[in-house]
Design a protein around this ligand. Structure first.
Ligand code: SAH
Length: 254
């Protein structure tokens, strides 16, 4: 019997491959101080994190998992926040910078990543499991078929590494998709040399019609001559992060 009734709507697929669980926690930098685990569930990652000399906090939305964790790991009692990660004030959790870890609920993957970007001034990294397809999108380079909005927006601020993949049998209940573990590490200089909101909007627009050349995909925008003309003959997937920054700076009017 499962320790906690698995709730599909909360993306609950508990990792049963204990070797993989330990491996994920070992991906945290050795000198890390403040760590937030999203969705600890029944604690397969948490048990390893509790053995480390770190300042740990756990956010879990599911009351049943929270009770299970509190009973099984008394030392975690005061570390657990029963809340929705998407509605939690990410600034108030730690006074200092912190890093995120988790086997993330796949139904809210993009929202987790966009929140990380919003709070990037405090979040120095993120390690954990996503649906493999999403993990590939995050880490893909220019020209790759997975290269898209997530790749550009995340890689503007974080270095990305695709570490290893797992098949559905590593989980209970097994998800319908493969999974992969990634590690994001904030860049030393994580300010971009253009207006951030405009950059986000432009990247999204460019990829929304990813098969079209930018001349068409971005026809609503006006650019100065600082925008290299060759860009407009290309598709979004052929532009690097720096190219998108150049384009943002050349924007005259939306
Ligand atoms: N880390 C565990 C569980 C992974 S399943 C393991 O590896 O086995 C994903 C977990 O995220 C579940 O425990 C689920 O309840 C939790 N979760 C889902 N949505 C959440 C949200 N919005 N905020 C916090 N936790 C959430």
């Amino acid at each position: 019997m499962n320790k906690v009734f698995p709730k599909k709507w909360l993306g609950q697929h508990f990792l049963t491959d204990t070797g993989a669980a330990e491996r994920i926690t070992l991906l945290l930098p050795p000198d890390v101080k403040n760590v937030l685990e999203i969705g600890p569930g029944t604690g397969v990652l948490t048990q390893h994190l509790l053995n480390r000399n770190i300042n740990l906090k756990l956010i879990e939305i599911d009351g049943e998992s929270v009770s299970y964790l509190k009973n099984t790991f008394p030392q975690a009692q005061n570390l657990i926040i029963e809340a929705d990660f998407l509605k939690t004030d990410l600034n108030g959790l730690f006074t200092e910078n912190y890093t995120i870890i988790g086997n993330f609920p796949y139904n809210i993957s993009s929202q987790i990543l966009f929140r990380m970007l919003e709070y990037k001034y405090k979040i120095t990294g993120l390690t954990g499991m996503f649906q493999k397809e999403v993990a590939e999108r995050i880490c893909a380079g220019k020209g790759n078929k997975s290269y898209g909005i997530l790749s550009v927006l995340i890689q503007a601020f974080y270095n990305t590494e695709l570490i290893f993949s797992l098949t559905p049998e590593a989980f209970s209940p097994p998800p319908k998709v493969n999974s992969a573990v990634i590690r994001l590490t904030r860049k030393d200089n994580y300010t971009i040399n253009c207006d951030e909101r405009t950059f986000f909007r432009l990247v999204k627009k460019a990829f929304n019609q990813r098969r079209k050349k930018l001349r068409n995909a971005l026809h609503e925008y006006r650019f100065s001559e600082n925008a290299p003309a060759v860009f407009f003959q290309k598709r979004a997937e052929e532009l690097s992060v720096d190219d998108f920054i150049t384009l943002t700076n050349a924007l005259v009017k939306e």
